[in-house]
Design a protein around this ligand. Structure first.
Ligand SMILES: NC(=O)c1ccc[n+]([C@@H]2O[C@H](COP(=O)([O-])OP(=O)(O)OC[C@H]3O[C@@H](n4cnc5c(N)ncnc54)[C@H](OP(=O)(O)O)[C@@H]3O)[C@@H](O)[C@H]2O)c1
Length: 286
């Protein structure tokens, strides 16, 4: 793919994960300079993999940052226009309690948002949320059956959105957007099946533990919204791109049953006729 040109610098937390890696690759292809964070810069397999991406030699800078030491993200955030907060703490050891993971997810978001406010170049944080947080059964993330992941994602998203509109040190306003993703699958650039894809195909591979996660999703949402990894990352990029002007949306009104009688042509025709009737539009007769 031909590399496009942009001078934008952005940060991707969790650059070596399933979504993060695909997003970093896409951003590099689009010509962005990417500050990607990973937990361990000594992990040659992850570092080597990231450095092998096209464009990485010139446009990728790696930073070591752990959500359990959230101040570490500030170096990666410095000088960036957009911060894609993709990383999330997962259960990695049996000794980690749910409360620890949930607390880390929230304080991670808080610390990243504070670093963004201290770094006036940052215009927007794009938080990778989960549709699980939108379930009516997970109000505030809590429900008798909610797993640690659901609670942490719901509360971390809330914390992130709390920073929307906060003033940075230059008096500018930080924007926080949240992208609630369904179950992601379709392809991977990793050499193993990512956990969400394992959940998606759990019935085919006969894996009961991942099937339980599928059932859990259905229980919370009434259905299982799925989405392709490429669309997810393309949507992230779109949310990081500044658009000139505002796209108006009339879909809510239409959904409520409103029918527009006049299209653009009718409106302009009628306006010209009216202008002629009131003698402010001169007939050109051409
Ligand atoms: N996949 C889905 O279906 C789906 C759906 C909705 C939302 N999401 C969200 O998308 C994001 C990425 O998910 P994924 O499917 O790509 O999962 P993943 O492959 O497991 O990636 C998780 C990422 O988080 C990083 N991470 C974990 N613990 C960390 C810590 N303590 N400090 C810093 N980084 C840490 C990992 O970094 P290392 O590689 O350095 O360990 C990895 O990059 C998550 O926020 C997830 O909630 C995913």
């Amino acid at each position: 793919m031909e590399k496009q040109e942009t001078s934008k610098i952005c940060c991707v937390t969790g650059g070596s994960g399933y979504l993060g890696y695909w997003l970093v690759k896409k951003l590099l292809e689009k010509g962005y300079t990417v500050h990607a964070t990973i937990r361990n810069l000594d992990d040659e397999s992850k570092v080597g993999f990231l450095k092998s991406l096209p464009g990485a030699a010139t446009n990728l800078v790696l930073f070591q940052s752990d959500i359990y030491n959230p101040h570490e993200f500030k170096h990666a955030i410095q000088g960036c226009e957009f911060v894609f907060h993709v990383a999330t703490p997962m259960q990695t050891t049996d000794t980690q309690s749910s409360q620890e993971i949930i607390k880390a997810a929230i304080s991670g978001v808080r610390s990243i948002a504070e670093s963004c406010l201290q770094s006036p170049a940052v215009k927007r944080i794009i938080y990778t949320a989960s549709v699980l947080g939108a379930s009516p059964l997970t109000k505030d993330g809590f429900n008798v059956n909610s797993c640690t992941y659901t609670v942490s994602k719901t509360l971390a998203e809330k914390e992130a959105l709390r920073y929307n509109g906060e003033a940075n040190t230059n008096g500018g306003k930080l924007e926080v957007l949240s992208l609630a993703c369904g179950l992601v699958g379709g392809e991977t650039l990793l050499s193993f099946v990512p956990s969400s894809m394992a959940v998606m195909i759990s019935q085919l591979i006969g894996n009961l533990s991942t099937f339980v996660a599928l059932e859990y999703m259905e229980q919370l949402l009434g259905s299982i919204p799925i989405v392709h990894i490429d669309d997810v990352c393309e949507a992230h990029v779109l949310m990081g791109e500044e658009k000139e002007g505002i796209a108006w949306d009339k879909s809510k009104l239409v959904k409520m049953g409103f029918v527009y009688k006049y299209d653009m042509e009718n409106i302009l025709d009628d306006s010209v006729k009216c202008g002629r009737r009131l003698a402010v539009v001169v007939s050109l007769n051409c």
